[in-house]
Design a protein around this ligand. Structure first.
Ligand code: SF4
Length: 492
């Protein structure tokens, strides 16, 4: 008997049959979700639970390890004619669990898939089609299919209002359109699962769409460790074309291959092994800086269900800042910081402290400054007593990303990237090595876990908070070092 194909496996198979094959034949080789991904799943579960509130009297169908048992339980539950959550049905080789089934008309049901995204995506339509195919095949009369997703315009005030947080879109026509192909697709995916050999599929754009594939470390391991073709800046499809031509290293790109100006700088730098320094442009950038220097970095959380009043889904809310102040040339940096305890809205405290610390003159230096500016602007939009102050400081921001994004400075050790995480270790002696938290996404998910999670061990919380402080400090300290490198590069 061929194995049953669940909805998630079907979608994985559509993304890449090789991924599907591994999931059935070499499951141990598929890396498990890390803490960041785990956080996404947890947030998704919260969104699902909140959606249930829109259907009072709904019944959760208890899932069994055996799909057939879940199928039998779900058939029984249908008789109640109440909204059903997680009802599961088997039809031929497909097994589907729908988020919500709502009784309509005399004997029909509306099928609702709940998503944490802020729009309906293409794969959601395949998802709805697979559900409808399976349910209809199992004898459940489906009237309409809906995707229920997050309304990004929603603004929390007081208790969350699920009827305003969610938008419901009828996708019945799109699902019906796709259903025609499903049976053939399932047959073909079953053949893939049953085959002895690993499907011969080359790496390609499918590795990152619609989701990042967990097998990337395995499938992409054929690339050289350094200077591989995928570090080509803004390389897009060119990288795949070059790979097809057997070019695996940037240094092997043929001389007649058309590159844009930034890529040309990059290639020259990798071929020569030398850092590209455009002194005139760097000097121009440095001239925009004025003492005192304020090096500022935020860490933020952005959840689908807003936590604080006046915020919207996925709005980046700062919970931590690190600030180094250098009063004048040669002065010792002074450090200030704040990490919110979690029981109050962090924005008001951050606004209050920064208003005192940022003074009235001098440059506020951030890496990807529009992000910090946006956090402050939205905070001041809500706490309106800070609006005037925000307007007075907005023009003092300087983006330290700029000289790297525009390739005024490029070291081959940056490997085609301009992010702080790449530039810092490439051009200074500092790095994020040894830090327990070394990435913004992890900072956010770990903060959310220890601050809003249940039954958190106080020692675990303390450890994470300490790691967050080290991490945010490192970002700001790193900016000081990067600026020093830029200055010395034009002083020679
Ligand atoms: S990394 Fe790419 S080629 Fe490999 S299984 Fe995933 S999607 Fe397929």
């Amino acid at each position: 008997m061929p194995p049953l194909l669940s909805k998630s496996k079907y979608l994985h198979g559509l993304q890449c049959p090789k991924l599907l094959w591994y999931e059935y034949n070499r499951k141990a080789d598929v890396p498990q979700a890390g803490p960041m991904m785990q956080n996404v799943f947890d947030e998704g579960r919260k969104v699902g639970a909140l959606a249930h509130e829109l259907f009072p009297g709904g019944i959760i169908v208890e899932r069994d390890r055996s799909p057939q048992t879940t199928h039998s339980r779900s058939l029984l539950a249908l008789k109640e004619r109440q909204p059903l959550f997680e009802a599961g049905f088997v039809y031929k080789n497909a097994y589907a669990l729908a988020d919500i089934l709502v009784p309509v008309e005399e004997d029909q049901w509306d099928l609702i898939e709940v998503k944490s995204s802020t729009s309906v995506k293409d794969d959601h339509l395949y998802d709805a089609a697979f559900q409808k195919y399976t349910y209809s095949g199992a004898g459940v009369k489906i009237r309409n299919c809906y995707i229920m997703y997050i309304n990004k315009e929603y603004v929390k005030q007081g208790e969350i209002e699920p009827d305003k947080l969610f938008i419901r879109q009828n996708v019945t026509a799109e699902a019906n359109e796709r259903i025609k192909e499903i049976e053939a697709e399932i047959d073909s995916l079953q053949k893939v699962i049953a085959q002895k050999d690993i499907p011969d599929i080359k790496v390609g754009p499918q590795c990152g769409y619609p989701d990042g594939c967990p097998l990337i470390p395995l499938c992409w391991s054929f690339l050289p460790d350094e200077e591989h073709i995928f570090i080509l800046y803004a390389g897009g499809q060119h990288r795949y074309d070059l790979m097809e031509r057997g070019v695996l290293k940037v240094t092997d790109i043929p001389a007649d291959y058309e590159l844009d100006p930034k890529q040309t700088i990059q290639l020259k730098s990798h071929k020569s092994g030398k850092t590209h320094i455009d002194k005139r442009k760097i000097k121009g950038f440095l001239k925009t800086l004025k003492y005192p220097y304020y090096f500022l970095d935020f860490e933020t959380i952005a959840t689908p269900i807003p936590i604080f009043d006046g915020t919207s889904p996925y709005q980046a809310v700062p919970f931590q800042y690190s600030l180094f102040v250098i009063e004048n040339e040669g002065a010792e940096p002074k450090h200030f910081g704040y990490l919110a305890p979690g029981d109050v809205d962090p924005r008001i405290e951050i606004l209050k402290q920064l208003k005192e610390l940022l003074g009235t003159g001098g440059s506020i230096i951030a890496y990807s400054a529009p992000f910090e500016i946006g956090c402050l602007r939205r905070s001041a939009d809500y706490f309106t007593e800070y609006q005037e102050w925000f307007i007075s400081i907005e023009n003092r921001f300087v983006d330290l990303l700029l000289p790297f994004q525009k390739f005024f400075y490029y070291s081959p050790d940056q490997a085609g990237r301009a992010s702080l995480k790449s530039v810092l270790p490439a051009i200074t002696h500092s790095s994020y090595d040894g830090l327990e938290i070394a990435q913004g996404g992890l900072a956010s998910s770990e903060y959310a876990r220890v601050t809003f999670g249940k039954d958190i061990d106080p020692a675990d919380k303390e450890r994470v908070r300490h790691a967050l402080e080290l991490y945010c400090d490192q970002d700001t300290r790193g900016m000081i070092e990067i600026l020093a490198v830029l200055k010395s590069s034009v002083a020679k």
